[in-house]
Design a protein around this ligand. Structure first.
Ligand SMILES: [Fe+2]
Ligand SMILES: [Fe+2]
Length: 168
């Protein structure tokens, strides 16, 4: 019989999952910034790229608290979400709907991250990993704020419809 796995193992595996995911997001955001037609969209994606860099550093601090090497574990969920975003970039290139599509992809990423950080924070509490809680919460709050900014951006875009220029 294999040794029984614990919540500690699950916490560590999930930490590796989000660490992998953040690194993928770090690579995807500049592509999304380049693709975005609106200046606000471009600036927003680049700003979140900066934040993502900081989030990766916080995760590295959590690995350090556990006394484990910072290593990612392939996260098929984020790969799927990013692949869908790339499909939108390709299929809607040069159309008036492109930015709305980019925002929707970015929100799918944020919601995945919010789910992961919410869970990790709850488990850190249960496991008594006191020093990990503020680090995970800082990431969680940034993802929530980003999601809200994206909602506002999507609404502004919808309101500006009609005056929107078509990219050549
Ligand atoms: Fe993130
Ligand atoms: Fe994010």
């Amino acid at each position: 019989m294999p040794a029984e796995k614990t919540l500690n193992d699950l916490f560590f595996d999930t930490l590796k999952d989000i660490y992998f995911a953040e690194k993928q997001v770090l690579k995807a955001l500049p592509k999304m910034a380049r693709a975005a037609q609106s200046e606000e969209g471009k600036a927003g994606f680049l700003q979140h790229r900066e934040e993502t860099q900081g989030q990766i550093e916080r995760l590295e601090q959590v690995f350090e608290l556990l006394g484990k090497p910072a290593r990612g574990k392939t996260c098929e969920a984020i790969q799927g979400i990013i692949a869908e975003g790339e499909e939108i970039m390709e299929d809607y290139k040069g159309t008036a709907a492109l930015d709305a599509g980019l925002i929707s992809s970015a929100q799918a990423v944020e919601h995945y991250e919010i789910a992961r950080y919410g869970t990790l924070k709850a488990w850190a509490k249960q496991l008594g990993l006191k020093d990990a809680i503020p680090l995970l919460d800082a990431n969680l709050q940034e993802e929530i704020a980003t999601d809200q900014k994206l909602t506002a951006l999507g609404e502004a875009l919808a309101n500006a419809k009609g005056t929107q220029k078509k990219a050549s």
